[in-house]
Design a binder for this molecule. Structure first.
Ligand SMILES: Cc1cc2nc3c(=O)[nH]c(=O)nc-3n(C[C@H](O)[C@H](O)[C@H](O)COP(=O)(O)OP(=O)(O)OC[C@H]3O[C@@H](n4cnc5c(N)ncnc54)[C@H](O)[C@@H]3O)c2cc1C
Length: 314
């Protein structure tokens, strides 16, 4: 792994000017409000612009991480080495594809479009299939990688294709048949960057959709600690078992605290940042939850949250 030196920094400043930030604290870019500094965070505005840093970083041996809305991320306290790429501007475009077969329509959305905006756009067009996304704070790229979902719906259900940039800098389209979605996952070749997604949705009654959306939002408001920083559900629901939150609750762990991190008293599968939590607090809490649930119920809880970066001092 290459260490970023002055000539690397000069190259980045030459290409990205004010859109490169060095030693940028990642807590500013995550919903958890946790995370050490990234060596360099660049904001990429167009598809033309994205190739150069990917190829450059590969040649220079710098790792690349894509940052979506930072809503599924736990960044360790030592921060992220190499380049963090944030997509913006052109990647925030959303439009209706001007064709369809009468009963369905297609929407294309850039990777940086927030899925709640995508869900709202679909709803306003009277298109069903993305209502579940209204309460999810991620962006399209992150939501596709995570196959984000709620209330029985998920991204895989309506995705018809995605556009990607592979690690060699080539842009390609992948059809639904080529995409291996799973529960909270999409298996792509390492280093693949999602540029946009295309979604096939069925026409439906707008009023019915609106009522359904309000119902789901209300359910979320009542069951989740939305006023405190978090990264959503920490653990995947174990197959064939009770939900992870229920197991954690039954183990009596609601309210358990390490430093500034606490198992939410409202939803046991959320860890909330009660103020100045460090990633190490959260990781400590995660270990304690995993140990207790394994001991009590014989269930291994796997992480849904994506943990990145290095420990402090490493
Ligand atoms: C309050 C709250 C509620 C939530 N509720 C739900 C829920 O109901 N259902 C659910 O599934 N999730 C939920 N989440 C979790 C989170 O919102 C989703 O996982 C979301 O899809 C993550 O998207 P993101 O853009 O924030 O990704 P990030 O957190 O920024 O990144 C997640 C991963 O995706 C990668 N990535 C991001 N963009 C790209 C790209 N363009 N190309 C390649 N890789 C990329 C990142 O490198 C990282 O590995 C919730 C989170 C919060 C804070």
């Amino acid at each position: 792994m290459g260490t970023m030196n002055q000539s690397d920094k000069n190259w980045l400043v030459g290409h990205f000017g004010p859109h490169v930030l060095f030693d940028e604290p990642m807590w500013r870019h995550t919903t958890f409000r946790i995370g050490g500094p990234a060596d360099a965070l660049i904001t990429v505005k167009t598809e033309q612009e994205i190739r150069a840093p990917v190829v450059w970083a590969r040649d220079r041996g710098h790792p690349i991480m894509i940052l979506g809305a930072g809503s599924n991320l736990l960044v360790r306290d030592g921060g992220v080495r190499g380049l963090v790429l944030k997509l913006a501007y052109d990647f925030e475009a959303i439009h209706l594809v001007p064709r369809g077969n009468g009963s369905s329509a297609m929407i294309t959305a850039g990777a940086a479009v927030l899925v709640r905006r995508l869900g709202k756009y679909a709803l306003d067009q009277g298109l069903a299939g993305l209502n579940f996304a209204l309460g999810i704070p991620g962006a399209v790229g992150g939501a596709l990688i995570m196959n984000a979902g709620a209330w029985g719906g998920c991204m895989a259900d309506s995705t018809s294709s995605i556009r990607v940039l592979n690690r060699y800098g080539d842009i390609a389209s992948m059809s639904r048949g080529q995409l291996r979605f799973s529960y909270r996952g999409l298996d792509l070749e390492k280093g693949t960057i999602i540029l946009s997604g295309r979604f096939k949705l069925k026409h439906a009654d707008r009023e019915v959709l609106r009522k359904d959306a309000i119902r789901m939002q209300e359910k979320r408001r009542l069951s989740q600690p939305l006023s405190l920083p978090s990264a959503g559900c920490v653990f995947r629901n174990p197959p064939g078992q009770k939900a992870a939150g229920e197991l954690i609750d039954r183990a009596g762990l609601k309210g358990l605290r390490v430093g500034g991190a606490e198992v939410s008293t409202k939803h046991a599968n959320f860890i909330v940042n009660k103020g100045h939590a460090k990633a190490s607090d959260v990781l400590d809490l995660i270990r304690r939850i995993q140990e207790t649930v394994l001991e009590r119920f014989g269930v291994n809880l796997e992480l849904e949250v994506t943990v990145v970066g290095q420990e402090a001092g490493s």
